[in-house]
Design a protein around this ligand. Structure first.
Ligand code: GRF
Length: 194
């Protein structure tokens, strides 16, 4: 059976990585022509030695390649790994680094951001949404481009703010939305129907 190969990049907690692996690893899908594919996540890549996600990957029996190097070296090493397996899609999940324009052109890559883009780009998407005067908040999945949180949007979903809700609870609901939306967007980009 043909394979669709995904590699996930992360830097920290890794809960989206864990959810994507649990949801998609070894699942069989059909494309629009009726051809069957199995999804494979052969390994994940982390750029921080102390990231909690490394433990999550280990518990899921997924190899985690740690590349804790400056961007140019990170990209050379990760490219070699991606090319070796003929990776179909790179999935960024809490990957706290801006990839070079060359890397973004070479690989099809997705990112998830915890806000309704184009609002609240950057590292504080959840806090900025929480403290904004908007009544809704949400998450966005987009193609990775050379500009931060700015590539074409693939999927978005929203939650309504609840009066008096704590930041913790708000954050938990944002993450729950991420776990729902990201695997679906990945399948859509891979052309998998079910
Ligand atoms: C998520 O909120 C994601 O939207 C953002 O970084 C966070 C990563 O969380 N890009 P985790 O590492 O997946 O738990």
């Amino acid at each position: 059976m043909s394979e669709k190969k995904i590699v996930i990049f992360f830097s920290g907690n890794g809960s989206n990585m864990e959810n994507i692996i649990k949801t998609l690893q070894n699942k069989i899908y059909v494309d629009k022509f009726g051809k069957e594919y199995i999804i494979k996540i052969p390994f994940v890549i982390c750029n921080k030695r102390d990231a909690y996600g490394i433990t999550r990957a280990k518990n899921l029996n997924i190899e985690c390649k740690i590349i804790n190097k400056k961007l140019s070296e990170f990209e050379v090493e990760s490219s070699a790994l991606l090319d070796f397996i003929a990776c179909d899609l790179v999935v960024l999940a809490g990957f706290m680094r801006i990839l070079s324009p060359e890397f973004c052109k070479k690989y099809k890559a997705l990112n998830i951001h915890p806000s309704i883009l184009p609002l609240f780009k950057g590292a504080n998407g959840i806090l900025d949404s929480f403290y904004s005067n908007m009544k809704i908040a949400g998450v966005s999945v987009h193609f990775v481009s050379e500009q931060l949180d700015s590539g074409e949007i693939i999927a978005q979903d929203i939650i309504y703010k609840i009066d008096g809700e704590s930041l913790e609870d708000f954050e938990r609901r944002i993450h729950e939305l991420e776990y729902k939306i990201y695997p679906k967007a990945i399948l859509e980009v891979l052309g998998c129907k079910k």
